[in-house]
Structures are given as C-alpha cells and as structure tokens.
Ligand binder design. Structure first.
Ligand code: BGC
Length: 766
C-alpha cells in the first residue's frame, strides 16, 4: 500500500468513527475514487430513510441566525428539520459567522453530523462584481473568463460558501429574454468553450482547496428557448436543435468535471424539465455518465402543479425524484412526501439512495467530512473580500468585454487634452446599475461610474448633465421596474451643454434591473425617453460617442445610421467606469466581439448567425416576393455575431489549406495571414467557420468551429492555423448519434461571422 493510499484509508476510518458508528474497512488496495465511494457507502448504510431524504432537501436561509431561534410557523418547522438531520443544503446564507452557526447545528446537533453545503448565486462575482456573463463572453478570452470565475470563487468561498449556481450555459437566440445577460450568447461552440472555462475557474483543480467552490451547469434544459422570449414560458424544440444547439455547452461542462446541474422552470415538449426523465436520467446520467447531483430550480418541483403535470405536491415529488432531480430547492416536497412515497412503493428506496449518494459524494469531494468548517475562517474572510487583486482582475475582464461597434471620423480614442467633453445620460452617474441584476451580495453604489472613470483623466474639461432619468418607480431586485419615464424636462439643459462640446459622450441603455430573471422586454430599443434625448442632442452636436450599457442586444438602427461612434459596454461590474474610460481614451484598444446577434428590429428576433438556408434563401426573379424575407426589413442583422472593431485595422490574406480533402482520422490544416494595417497595437479574434453543404439533417449556413486571439503591432503579420478533422464536422445526424458524414464543405476565416475568406474541402468516411 502506498503512503497516499494509507492516508486515505485512515481518513475513511476517521469519518466513520466521526459518525459514532461501526467501522467499515475498505478490503483491499483501492483507488482514491474507490475509497471515496467506500466512505459514501459507509455513511449511507448508517442512515435512516428519512435522513437520506433529508440530504435531498435544500432550504433558503429562513431566519436571522444571530436573532432568536424561530418558535412558530414555517421557520420553526425548517429549524426542527435542520436539527433532525433533514436538511442537506442551504442557499442564500452568507458570511462566515452565519455559515459556521448553521454548520455547527448540522455537525454537532444532528444524529450523524453530516455537514451542509452552502449555495449562492455567485453569477458574476460575489461582492466584487465582474461583467455580466454575456459581456464576459464578448471578450472571447477564455483565460480571462476562467480567472474571473476563480476570483468569484475565492471571494465567495472566503465567506463560507462552497457552491455557486453558475455557470448558466443556456444558449439563447432571443434578445427579448431577460436572462440572455446571464449566459454566453447564441453559439454552441463559443458557449461550450466558455462553459469549460467557467467550470474550471470556479472549481479549480482541487475542490478541497478553500478558494474553490462547486459549479452548477444550469438550466437543464432549453430554458433559453422560451416562446416569445417571455421568461418561464413554454419550450417546444425538436431533437436536432436540442442535441446540436442546446446540449453542447452542458455536455462540455460535464466533460470539464462540473459537479452539479440545475434543472429548469420551463416545460420541454410537454414535460416540465424538473420532471423530465429523458433529460435528467437518459441524457445526463446515462449517456453522459454524470455522477454529481441535480438540484431543482427554485420551487420548480411544486411548479409542476401549475404546469398541469402533477396534481399535487406529493405527486410532483414522485415525478421529480423518479425523473432524476436529486435535490429539492425550496419546494419542501421531498422532505414532506418522499418517505410516504417509498412506503407506498411509488418511489424505490434505491432511487433515494442514488440521489443521496450523489450528494454525499460531492460533500466528500469538497472535503467537508474531513473539515466541515473548511470555509469558515473569519480572518481569511476579512483579508479576502474585495481585495485589491480582485479589483484589478475584474477591471481587466471589463476592459476585454467592451465591443466597439462603430467608429467614424476617428472620434475614438479621445484626445487626452484640450477637449471640452460633455457627458449626458443618467447611467453615466449611476454606481449601482453597472452591477447588473444578479449581484445580491454587492453593495448599492459600489461600482465606479462612467463619470468617475472619466474624471481620472484630467487633461480635458469635463461637464456632466443628466438629460433624463431612465426609470420611474422602484428598482429593487424582486420588484417590477417601471421603464417608461416620460419626463423630458432635462433635455434643454443637456442640449445647451452639448452645443459647446468638442465631443459628447452619451451613456444610454438599460438600467441594471431591466434585464435578468423575470425581465423580458417586447421592445428592445433604448428604454424611456433616451432615444428622443439622443436625437435631440444629435441635432445640436453630432460628435457623439454613444456608450451603451445593457444586458441584452438592443435594436438601435437610428443610432447606427447617425451616431459616429458606438461602444457596447454592457453592465461591466464594480470597475465599470474605469474600464470604459480606459477604452474611450485608448489606454486599452477594444478587442471584444459580439456573442449574440444585434437585430435591426425586434421583429427579426429570434435572429442568429447559424440559421438554416431554407428552400428559398434568395429572390429568384427580380421583384419577386416569394422568398424567405420580410417586406419591411432586411434579413441581415444590424451587427452580426462575432463582430467588433478595434482602433486599428486588420487585413486577412493568403488563406491556405494543406489539402482539399481528408478521411477518417486525417485532417486539414487551414491557415491565414492576418496583418495589422492600422496605427495602433491591437488584438483580433480570428474566427473559423464551416458550412456542411448537404447532410442527413439540414445544417446551418455557418458554424463557428474555432477561434484564436492574437495581438499585432502596426504592420505586423501573423499566420494563424487551425486543424479541421472529424471532430470539427461531427453533428447529431439522422442516425441519432454524433458522427461525421461524408460530403462537401466550405470553410471560412475572418474577424466575424460576416466571413472574409473562404475555401472548399471534402470529407470521405471510408
Ligand atoms: C433561478 C436560478 C437561481 C435560483 C436560486 C431561480 O429563480 O432561476 O437560476 O439559481 O433561483 O436563487
């Protein structure tokens, strides 16, 4: 027996003794995995059915832990459950003091002393907020995205948390859906790469390290395809879209070792995801061999009643557990009914065992059995939360997330001195909105505003005028946000100031709470009176730099037609204002590329680059109306997927293929020269797309299959190469499996999905 194995053996022994029961010794020389499984089994054997069910129960923080213990109502019942070992996890409890107090109850007062896992929505940062995930995706910088998740993990872990409900890896093509801000956009390939980066960032290499936390791939599945972009709405999609578009980032997360999944609120083809056996058992656990656990979404087990899929909470519990939903978030259905359901023979005890085993396994992996207070160190908490290195990290991420959409008249970068700059827009002076809607642990007013960021540059004369508010009414996380401010009384002052300016910076877009969960919109233009404000100011001074802050693609055709410079600055988190100012002044040359298509008009939505060709893609006779189009708008988007400018320019040339065809395990190397023809050093994301010209299931007109970010000095040229092989062209075929089909293909290279260079190749499956 090696030393390591002996140590693990001893650990197994300690744990079982820790539970005060008999020792089950591993019989022979085991792998680490075997030892872990033995430890899990040894605990399971000690547990009553109720205690096992308790592990499947997750409660939201239900009382002020430093206050009196609850004596009546729901909270008293939950408190009793906690003491009786009927709670496996809690969410929304944070801070070492509170986490320790609750963990102490679980470990010292319950019969078996099984520790709790503490979950929280650390979606893009905990207290130090990084850009919204859609913005991070715009960086296409996987290393930076991974680092950003690692920062969030470290800060969250320092306050006692060990589980985040992120990354959301839902693909979405519908900008009306408020939660597009929480994902990586519309593309399965980019989405998969980002899913991997974020899982690795949160979980690190070692889940027992005190700066890592469990990740959770959510929402399984198809939540991003809700009809008409309305949150929680019905989803009806076929198997090809599920497999080829929706599943890939989830599968990538599994392959990257994600330890938990969350199911979703929507129904999928008539069956709520929470009660969906095909998704949770057939695909996730059987096909993909996922051995972590699945948590329901908030109350989604009971929501199956409203869906019309379960007659009551008891039946909902039966459906959910049998379908593979392991942990019940806040429905209380499992803790109430599973025991009776087992006794009635409606749920097998082995099903409960499987769910409990998955949860215990993950608790072992977190190191909680060896040290339940691993995440509970006040000193570490104090020195970690908000630390300077995090600020630097989120600033770096924020700069890389910005996308330059338009830059005429060389308005940008701004000159550093001698300029009169007038800043207009409520968002410019807003220190909360840049935090977005998923920032439940961050303090209000803790972001650097755009105005503050600009004030760091002292060489110009800077004037601020609000012009107009964005919203009326409450702007809190759970309340409706009124968006239709009608008050234009500030316009005159804004116009008077703009008249005298060399450059006007207009900071317009959505309030941080106008996107996110429950915040779908039917009009994706600039909310309130901002469009009018923009047009009025333009009349007196067209030298406008429009800085957009928003959580979704916006339809801004007028701005695109008139405003010379447009910068997409999303909601960039704590360091937002510094990041935008550094980009506007050219201290960072923008390098972001859109992860989601920007429509001309909301009527084009869902709009995405990897659409199908249809049988009538073009007008076949002049003036003919019988082709796939609109009579009042173009088919093309305002800004395509993958698009984004730099202060410098790049030229693509010399596309070369090492050969024109490959078979079986062969490959083709495709390369291109990229030259910086402008006057600034800059970064470019070189993108590789393919098109499969005919197949057993029709294929999209374009599919992203690779990308590489390069940096070039003025006049410098770099050759960038990609490999095309079987993996590149595989898809879920008419044979219902992932495979490569023989045929003819096109390959494209360029700086966006509005491809630049193209060539043909063939694949022959021998
Ligand atoms: C959201 C989840 C989130 C959960 C817990 C739900 O409303 O859909 O994404 O993780 O709440 O806060």
């Amino acid at each position: 027996m090696t030393v390591i194995k002996k140590v693990s053996f001893v650990l197994a022994t300690i744990v079982v003794i820790g539970c005060g029961q008999k020792i089950i010794k591993p019989k022979a020389v085991f792998s680490q995995k075997d030892i872990l499984e033995t430890r899990v089994d040894s605990i399971l054997k000690l547990m009553t059915l109720e205690e096992k069910i308790g592990q499947l129960n997750q409660y939201n923080g239900f009382w002020e832990i430093t206050g009196p213990t609850p004596k009546e109502g729901q909270a008293a019942k939950k408190y009793a459950d906690l003491k009786n070992g009927l709670v496996g996890s809690m969410l929304n409890v944070k801070g070492v003091k509170d986490v320790r107090a609750l963990q102490k109850i679980a470990v010292e007062e319950t019969r078996l002393g099984i520790p709790l896992i503490f979950g929280f929505d650390v979606i893009h940062g905990f207290k130090t907020i990084s850009p919204i995930p859609l913005a991070e995706a715009a960086s296409w910088d996987l290393a930076e995205i991974k680092k950003s998740a690692a920062i969030a993990a470290e800060e969250a872990a320092s306050v006692g948390l060990n589980w985040t409900f992120a990354p959301m890896v839902d693909i979405s093509r519908d900008a009306r859906w408020g939660r597009v801000m929480e994902g990586a956009g519309e593309d399965p390939y980019l989405g998969s790469q980002i899913a991997i980066a974020r899982v690795q960032g949160f979980q690190g290499d070692d889940l027992t390290a005190r700066n890592t936390i469990l990740a959770c791939a959510k929402h399984f599945a198809a939540y991003g395809f809700s009809e008409s972009g309305r949150d929680y709405n019905t989803v009806d999609v076929g198997e090809s879209t599920l497999q080829n578009v929706i599943f890939p980032p989830f599968k990538a997360a599994v392959d990257a070792g994600v330890r938990t999944f969350m199911n979703s609120f929507n129904e999928l083809n008539g069956i709520p995801a929470t009660g969906n056996k095909y998704l949770q058992r057939d695909i996730l656990k059987d096909d993909w061999k996922f051995d972590g656990f699945v948590v329901s979404d908030w109350g989604s087990i009971n929501e199956m009643i409203a869906h019309g899929y379960a007659k009551d909470s008891k039946q909902a519990a039966e459906i959910a557990i049998n379908a593979g939903s392991d942990m019940d978030m806040e429905s209380s259905a499992y803790v109430e009914y599973l025991s009776a359901l087992v006794k009635e023979g409606k749920v097998k005890e082995s099903t409960i065992d499987d769910a409990a085993r998955r949860i215990l396994r993950v608790k072992f992996e977190l190191g909680l059995f060896d040290n339940p207070y691993l995440y509970c160190d006040e000193n570490y908490e104090k020195e970690t939360v908000g630390k300077a290195a995090f600020q630097e990290g989120v600033l770096e991420m924020a700069k890389k997330s910005i996308v330059l959409l338009k830059n005429e008249k060389e308005l940008l970068p701004l000159k550093k001195s001698g300029q009169k700059i007038v800043v207009i827009g409520a968002l410019a002076n807003d220190k909360t909105s840049p935090l977005g809607s998923w920032r439940i642990a961050a303090d209000d007013n803790s972001a650097v505003s755009l105005l503050e960021g600009l004030q760091n540059y002292k060489g110009n004369q800077l004037t601020y005028v609000k012009g107009a508010d964005l919203t009326e009414g409450r702007t809190q996380f759970i309340w409706e946000t009124k968006i239709n401010t009608t008050d234009k009384s500030g316009f005159a002052e804004a116009m008077a100031a703009a008249k005298t300016a060399d450059v006007v910076i207009m900071s317009l877009g959505e309030h941080g709470l106008q996107s996110g969960e429950g915040r779908s919109r039917t009009d994706i233009g600039l909310p309130g009176v901002q469009q009018e404000l923009l047009e009025e100011v333009y009349k007196v001074n067209p030298n406008i730099v429009l800085v957009l802050n928003n959580g979704r693609p916006l339809a801004i055709p007028w701005a695109d037609a008139h405003i010379p410079a447009i910068v997409e600055a999303w909601q960039l988190g704590t360091q937002s204002g510094n990041a935008i100012a550094q980009v506007l002044y050219g201290d960072y040359n923008p390098s972001g590329k859109l992860p989601m298509t920007f429509p001309r008009n909301v009527g084009q939505v869902p709009i995405y680059y990897n659409y199908k060709n249809t049988g009538r893609p073009v007008m076949n006779e002049p003036e003919s109306v019988f082709w796939s189009h609109y009579i009042d708008e173009k088919n093309t988007p305002l800004y395509p997927f993958g698009y984004g400018l730099s202060y410098t320019q790049f030229e693509y040339s010399n596309m070369e293929l090492s050969q024109k065809y490959f078979s079986d395990d062969g490959s083709i190397e495709v390369s291109v020269n990229v030259k910086n023809t402008g006057k600034y050093t800059g970064k470019e994301v070189v993108q590789l797309y393919i098109r499969d010209l005919f197949a057993s299931i029709t294929r999209p007109v374009l599919e992203l299959k690779g990308f590489e970010m390069i940096e070039l000095q003025p006049n410098q040229t770099k050759k960038v190469s990609f490999i095309i092989n079987k993996k590149t062209i595989e898809f879920f075929t008419a044979n219902s499996k992932w495979e490569a089909e023989s045929g003819d293909f096109k390959v494209f290279l360029g700086g966006s999905s509005a491809k630049t260079l193209e060539a043909d190749f063939q694949y022959k499956n021998n």
